[in-house]
Ligand binder design. Structure first.
Ligand code: DC
Length: 218
């Protein structure tokens, strides 16, 4: 499942995985974990080699938690909540833009998916990480709808945020994610496009479940 920031991927991917009895793998959290570690360790976010070396010595594990949540354990510590910090959000697209970082992340993601039975979300899953995936979705929504969702998500986590600022950040991140030369955000030709602007979560999940059941022959 791919799509721009705030299209609702993680919410519906989590629910879809639970209904199918699959594992949910949130690849964005892997890039966020590296960005978080780089910020904490004062690593230069423009230095591709330093980031690639940092990743080499970093373990990132994704564990299912109650209510379809995923806990992210980095180097043995639970960093799940830290990964939503605005500082991490602001720097992650830069970190995720480097080919050396992406190559290692993609290798790890393919390994995680190798047993099958997973719902994976990100930006390049259908096009690059798992081109042979049995079912592909591209989730999208208007900028306004996506900004509102991120605003609500962050407010619920206790952050004081401005809607205008979030809209700008999303636009900026979309631009970075879509324009990077290596494995940019793009729709796989065989992906089912779901525009979630006017849909609630249950509607989106219902459409996806139907598609999965048809494609997987259940
Ligand atoms: O989905 P998210 O907001 O947690 O993603 C964080 C960032 O990581 C986002 O800027 C895009 C990037 N990303 C990526 O480049 N490739 C992926 N497979 C997943 C996320």
């Amino acid at each position: 499942m791919d799509g721009p920031a705030g299209a609702g991927k993680s919410t519906v991917a989590r629910l879809l995985a639970a209904r199918l009895g699959f594992l949910y793998l949130d690849t964005g959290s892997m890039y966020r974990a590296l960005a978080h570690k780089a910020l904490v360790n004062g690593v230069d976010l423009r230095d591709e080699a330093a980031l690639a070396e940092l990743l080499e010595e970093t373990t990132i594990e994704l564990y299912p938690a109650p209510q379809g949540q995923v806990r992210v354990i980095m180097d043995g510590h639970d960093v799940t909540d830290a990964l939503r910090r605005p500082e991490v959000t602001a720097s992650v697209a830069q970190v995720a833009g480097f080919p050396r970082v992406r190559q290692e992340m993609v290798a790890r993601q393919r390994e995680l998916a190798s047993q099958g039975g997973v719902v994976m979300d990100g930006r390049d899953i259908g096009t690059f990480v798992l081109p042979e995936a049995e079912v592909k979705f591209y989730l999208t929504a208007s900028l306004e709808a996506r900004a509102h969702r991120r605003y609500q998500e962050l407010s619920q986590l206790g952050y004081t945020v401005s809607l205008d600022r979030i809209r700008e950040e999303i636009q900026h991140r979309d631009m970075l994610d879509s324009s990077r030369p290596y494995a940019p955000l793009s729709r796989a030709r065989d992906a089912v496009v779901v525009d979630t602007t006017h849909m609630d979560v249950e509607e989106v999940v219902a459409i996806m479940l139907n598609t999965c059941r048809q494609r997987l022959g259940e």
